[in-house]
Design a protein around this ligand. Sequence first.
Ligand SMILES: Cc1cc2nc3c(=O)[nH]c(=O)nc-3n(C[C@H](O)[C@H](O)[C@H](O)COP(=O)(O)OP(=O)(O)OC[C@H]3O[C@@H](n4cnc5c(N)ncnc54)[C@H](O)[C@@H]3O)c2cc1C
Ligand SMILES: *[C@@H]1O[C@H](CO)[C@@H](O)[C@H](O)[C@H]1NC(C)=O
Ligand SMILES: *[C@@H]1O[C@H](CO)[C@@H](O)[C@H](O)[C@H]1NC(C)=O
Ligand SMILES: *[C@@H]1O[C@H](CO)[C@@H](O)[C@H](O)[C@H]1NC(C)=O
Ligand SMILES: *[C@@H]1O[C@H](CO)[C@@H](O)[C@H](O)[C@H]1NC(C)=O
Ligand SMILES: *[C@@H]1O[C@H](CO)[C@@H](O)[C@H](O)[C@H]1NC(C)=O
Length: 496
Amino acid sequence: MLGPLLLLATLALGASVSPDTHTKNDKTVLILGGGVAGVIAARTLASKNIKDFLIIEGRDELGGRMRSMEFGVQGKTSVVELGANWIQGTQEGNGPANPIYALAKKHGLKTAETDFYGSIVTYDETGPVDYLDALNTAVDAYTNLTVVGGGRVPTKQVDTTCRTGYSLIGAKPKTPADMVVEYYVDWEYAQTPEQTSWIASSWANNFTFDVDQGGFSDDNLLSVDQRGFKHLIQAEAAEFLHPSQVLLNATVRTIAHSADGVVVTLANGTRISGDYAITTFSLGVLQHDDVVFEPALPLWKQEAIQSMTMATYTKLFLQFEEKFWFDTDFALYADKVRGRYPVWQGLDLDHFFPGSGIIFATVTGDYSEAIEALPDAEIQSQLLEVLGAMFPNITIPTPTAFFFPRWFSDPLYRGSYSNWPASFVSPHHTNLRANVGHRLWFSGEAMSQKYFGFLHGAYFEGMDAAEHVVSCVSAGGKCQSLPFVESIPNSSPYVI
Ligand SMILES: Cc1cc2nc3c(=O)[nH]c(=O)nc-3n(C[C@H](O)[C@H](O)[C@H](O)COP(=O)(O)OP(=O)(O)OC[C@H]3O[C@@H](n4cnc5c(N)ncnc54)[C@H](O)[C@@H]3O)c2cc1C
Ligand SMILES: *[C@@H]1O[C@H](CO)[C@@H](O)[C@H](O)[C@H]1NC(C)=O
Ligand SMILES: *[C@@H]1O[C@H](CO)[C@@H](O)[C@H](O)[C@H]1NC(C)=O
Ligand SMILES: *[C@@H]1O[C@H](CO)[C@@H](O)[C@H](O)[C@H]1NC(C)=O
Ligand SMILES: *[C@@H]1O[C@H](CO)[C@@H](O)[C@H](O)[C@H]1NC(C)=O
Ligand SMILES: *[C@@H]1O[C@H](CO)[C@@H](O)[C@H](O)[C@H]1NC(C)=O
């Protein structure tokens, strides 16, 4: 039965006849990157009895953008999260569970609830000013935005930006307070409404947070585990991974791909070959040529990679001798410049890190990129100036510690996570996920249509890419490709 079928498939593909499970390559599968997608891809292969794989990771540990740091003056440190910090969407009743939530429970991760709208105070350049009413209006406007955005899909209207959407529903912020409350309801995208797709951001919100739309729940759990949020993925890896299946401190420079497999060259010149490779490198890494493909990726693939956006989300940590700020989880600061140190979170609270003296601000998008270019001392003094404005009756003391990660400049990341722009259409995303030949597969957070940007997006994509590779391995290379579109037509051509 199988013989003629295989032969037919072989003829149809014009491929070589060897139904190889055993080849001259070093490994069956190379997994490029050891973040959530890489670890879950590895677990998926192992569960299907493919053990001859190698995770190749540039840093000295697994976890990727789940990255923590011991922060603070000697003798008074806490482990803070430089990257992902929240489990976004958990589970409601017996509904679908966020797989990151499931891992957190399995590995006993310590988490705390954060109350975005119930535990918040507001400030502007003159000190404390109550504009919580404006915040409620912004929350309503955002809900309306996702509803109206959803209504546009069935009518096949072309996508526009969230800014267009806000304007069409009449939400037109003018004052610093209106701007900062708007920022606070969509900072998740780490870019401005001008830079974000109206439709995709609406479904992204729904699929994670809206139970009626298949989402997990609208809860956000903050990891406060002193082993780091990364503990959940490192503990998961420890259950199945043998040390010989991971190569740390190994930076990939080139990925050569052909019908015979994939050969990876490391920064120190070492070459490692595999029958298959799954790259999980961030969209930013793919965009910046930190890794060179040989031959160059086809144009349809390059266009997809360069058309999605890698956004940046930056947390700026300060530690003081003692807490002098608000007792809520969050505070907003309305500057004349939208996005200038707008959100503050105090960690010196009973349910977080009591006595830690730590507070942090968050900036995103273009503002993140701008501050990365400046020296630490300059950014620290800007932060102290803002705190001085928020607390006019307090002489702001000198911090005992200060740190912020530069995700955008880091050649292993080139940003924090992907964001979907209005000019990016579904076929672009189809092409972003698609394999190139049967040997080279693409995974990672950005490849998730429903959950791009999130940890759970990386998780599902790691599983999915590995499952495709499993079917390739069992079919000796003659497996199903993911769809791709050679050229993406304009459904409403410009008439000039
Ligand atoms: C600041 C910040 C805040 C975030 N907050 C949240 C949050 O609260 N909740 C949430 O769900 N998500 C959040 N995210 C997003 C989440 O962290 C990511 O979606 C997820 O971790 C991506 O996993 P990944 O496996 O796709 O990619 P990665 O974690 O980036 O894994 C890819 C790996 O490849 C390695 N690598 C890159 N280039 C090379 C190379 N040339 N050679 C060898 N190795 C290389 C990297 O070191 C990395 O370990 C946040 C991200 C950031 C940065
Ligand atoms: C990786 O490099 C770090 C720092 O250079 C070193 O401390 C560590 O031992 C290395 N780890 C491995 C597994 O090679
Ligand atoms: C949201 O939509 C509702 C119902 O159409 C409307 O009453 C409300 O004013 C809108 N709110 C905002 C802020 O747009
Ligand atoms: C998001 O969910 C709302 C209902 O909560 C729905 O009206 C809207 O169509 C959805 N949007 C998208 C893009 O799926
Ligand atoms: C190159 O780096 C890899 C990964 O760290 C290491 O295993 C290998 O021994 C190195 N090779 C040389 C020649 O230094
Ligand atoms: C600061 O001090 C002045 C004068 O004592 C007082 O009127 C004002 O309310 C104080 N502001 C704050 C935020 O405590």
